[in-house]
Structures are given as C-alpha cells and as structure tokens.
Design a protein around this ligand. Structure first.
Ligand code: GLU
Length: 313
C-alpha cells in the first residue's frame, strides 16, 4: 500500500510584511512537507479587517526570494465564504450553535467573577443561558450577535481535549463555546481554518506554537463536521531579548529591512537555517539539499531569542 501523500500548507494573514519569525515558520512548514515528498499549499487568511492588499504580493515575493515554492495558485479565504457558510449552516441545523451578544469587556469580567471562574481564555457560557425573553431583548438592542459553538451539556463547564503534537507530544487544552462566526458575519479563524484544511486535503499543519491552545478546539470542530484531522507540529516562536514575541518594532526584522541593511536574501535564509541548527547553503538553490537530510526530531524545542540590528535611517 502506498503511503498517503503529505499535503502541508502555509496560511499567513496579509496584514503586513512577514518578519523573521513568520519566515522561519514558513521555512519549517515547507521543509516538513518537501522532506516527506509532499505538496505545499499557500492560503491567505484574509477574513480579518486588518488586511492590506499590497501584502498579498509582497508576502509571496518574500517567501519565494528565500527559495520556497508552493503547489498551485495561492487561495484566499475571502473567495471561499460559501464553504464556511455551509459548515455553519450544518452546525446550526444540528442545534450546535447559539447567538452571543457579549462584548470583550463583559467576557473578561464574567471570566474573573468569583462565582464563575472559568479557565483562562475560556468563554464562560453567559449567552448560552439566556432566556428567550432576554435573547429577544438583546437582539432588539441592535448589536449583531456572534455565533458560538455549543460544546457539551448545559450544566457542564468547558471541556478539555488532548491532542497529539509531533514536536511537543500530548497537549491537553480547553474546548469552550468558541466563536464560529463574528458579529460582522465573517467566519471566525477557528472555523475557517478547519474547513479549509479539510477542503484543501491538508494532512499536516506546521505553525507557530502560539496556536497550540487553539488546536483542541479545532480538532473538536473537525470531528463534529466529520472532517479529517491533520497531523500537527507546533514550532517555537522567535522572541526578542525581553522574551516577547518578535515584532516589527524590534528592529530590522523583515526581508525588506535586511536588504536595506545591505544583506541578501541568501544571508537571511542562512540566518534562519542557522537558528534551526541546519547547515548553511551557498546559494538559494541549494535549499533542496537541506530537504534531503531534514529531520524534524532534531529541531530546537526552545524559542529562538534574537536581537535584530537597528533599522537604518
Ligand atoms: N493565519 C494564521 C497566522 O497568520 C495562521 C493560522 C494557522 O496556521 O493555522 O498566524
């Protein structure tokens, strides 16, 4: 029997230039897929209002400049809203959703309340318990509701689920009544990512470990929708010397910044390879040789702490 083909993917949001942390995750996702002889797909996660159109092309250009390639045309979530609508309609029909009128502030306050402490980041279920009259009153208030998934019995707290991560082993996290559709009608990240990975035939998800806590929610949802659950590998982020996630304000962290300092794309690629304990290459084309001996088991398990040089000018 021939092994199933690996299909990996890279799913950036076109909200700005990619920085070294993003590029390093892209490189890893590509190495995982290509070293398995698999396909590598590009999906723009552009359902968020912070999208800026110039970054579709600039992100493609930057990743290509480092020698990474992908199969087929990049897809955009904004072109796929029917898929999300169908999945939400399915869950609605099965009475697995409810409307939520809470503001962020109300959720934070309810989560901190002495009588209803809920695990960190978990929605405390406030709107699930609204009476019909209360719901009508909230609707009349004019604030468009978000739609949440109903998880578990009404009198139970948030559920937990253990998922297996290829880099980190077992991870147990919360599955609360998370948002499927935002108040503005757009599909929420957790819904769209699950629907897309399955629709695109993705078999492995390689991404930053800041998304690990979302994974139990996504696995739960995939199972509810009868979709294939991909393998997961969460990889450490790049941190600044203060231990915070690398950000643009930390200095010269985008490819554009590095080129302005007089470096080349090859220099940036070698910086990333070095941070992963992988050999340097003499030209971008030599990246294929790295694929040959790439072994995910020997990747660093700790974040890369990096101090970027100052920006020029
Ligand atoms: N769009 C997400 C990001 O840019 C990635 C989501 C994912 O890989 O599941 O952080």
């Amino acid at each position: 029997m021939s092994p199933a083909t690996t299909v990996g993917r890279w799913a950036p949001s076109p909200t700005g230039d990619l920085h070294l942390g993003n590029l390093r995750t892209a490189l890893l996702a590509w190495l995982f897929a290509r070293s398995a002889g698999g396909q590598f797909l590009w999906r723009f996660e552009d359902l968020d209002g912070a999208v800026r159109p110039q970054f579709y092309d600039s992100q493609l250009r930057d990743v290509a400049a480092l020698g990474l390639d992908w199969n087929g045309e990049p897809v955009r979530q904004s072109d796929r809203v029917d898929l999300y609508r169908d999945a939400i309609a399915d869950l609605r029909r099965r009475d697995l959703t409810y409307e939520c009128f809470c503001t962020r502030r109300e959720i934070a306050e309810a989560a901190a309340a002495p009588h209803g402490p809920s695990p960190e980041g978990a929605y405390p279920g406030t709107c699930r318990r609204l009476s019909r009259a209360e719901r009508e009153r909230k609707r009349a208030g004019g604030r468009p509701p978000a739609l949440r998934l109903r998880v578990g019995a009404d009198d139970a707290g948030p559920a937990e689920l253990t998922v297996v991560d290829r880099q980190l082993g077992d991870y147990t996290g919360i599955v609360d009544d998370f948002v499927l559709q935002r108040g503005d009608g757009a599909a929420a990240y957790n819904l769209a990512v699950v629907v897309d990975d399955a629709a695109q035939g993705v078999t492995e998800v390689v991404r930053g470990d800041d998304l690990l806590p979302s994974t139990p929610r996504q696995v739960h949802l995939a199972k509810l929708l009868g979709l294939n659950v991909p393998l997961y590998a969460h990889v450490p982020l790049v941190l600044n010397p203060q231990g915070r996630r690398l950000a643009k304000r930390d200095g010269a962290v985008t490819l554009r910044d590095r080129l302005a300092l007089g470096e080349t794309a090859l220099d940036v690629l070698n910086l990333l390879l070095n941070s992963l304990g992988l050999e340097q290459v003499e030209s971008i084309g030599d990246l294929d040789a790295i694929v040959e001996y790439f072994d995910s088991a020997s990747l660093p398990r700790q974040p890369w702490v990096y101090e970027p040089p100052a920006l020029k000018g």
